[in-house]
Design a protein around this ligand. Sequence first.
Ligand code: PLP
Length: 313
Amino acid sequence: MTDTDRHSTHDAKSDDRNDHIKIYVDGEIVPKDEAKVSVYDSGFMLGDGMWEGMRLYDGQWAFFDEHMDRLFNSLKSVSIDLNMGPEDIRKILDDTAAANGMTGDAHCRLMITRGRKAKPFQHPALSKWGPTIVAIIEHSKPVDSLQNAGIRLATVPQVRGLPMSQDAKYNSHSKLNCVIACLQAEQAGADEGLMLDPHGFVNTTNACNFFIVRRGEVWTSTGDYCMNGVTRQKVIDLCRANDIPVREKNYSLYEAYGADEAFLTGTFGAQTPVAEIDGKPIGTGERPVMARIRALYKELVAENVAAQKAARG
Ligand SMILES: Cc1ncc(COP(=O)(O)O)c(C=O)c1O
């Protein structure tokens, strides 16, 4: 394998406009080179913050309410008081997209940390001045090779933890568990890490949720140890609504290796096929179930965007 064969689930087509985007930082929309936060920021110092990835379609943030539910639940759980609500966040995102002339094919990373600290130590009370808010919105179209070639996964030693250590449902700035898994996968010559749960069942990947298709049934993990992905839930709901058998269950690598299809889900790439796991090709390369789900998901995004447009006049 050469470096040019390598890709990650977040590979976007190169776009020079991203060198000159404007970024929202704490109330101001500034050129990329001027977008900076303090070295005392809790996000930089400790990974103490939460983020959301969202995509812009036709001027609307797809599944905005679902993303805000997850974000505000996470912030509440770690006692970050934002002092603003989802509609204020929407305005920040809309203003930043407008400043960049974007109405679609754009991806946002919204980041909220506990904020700048008075001293370089851990205690949350040292973040005296309230949260830091940053929104980076880039022009973004996933590369075609993700759909054509698919992703190669390697099962990695790093596992998803139990919820009483660092619950995988926190979309926290600290992604060290996932970064270690990604490094291990790369060192094994793969694109992304397939992570098991503490009992050895297949759980998720370091950056996306994971599904397999066996004999016409769609399987994913119970959800106990993975990110509560918005796309994951939409895929489950779509299967249920369209008579595609779907199960959230424990299963092992044995069943993953023998699957007819496997795919990843996430806001960036929607559904991305998995070509191989641990060097074993998955199925024949035909992916009829994933293709059907992908088409249904595309329709669902369009419906959601149309509903948001109608609701906002
Ligand atoms: C570890 C992990 N899994 C899955 C996802 C996908 O979640 P979503 O479908 O909400 O983008 C993310 C994205 O934030 C993630 O970080």
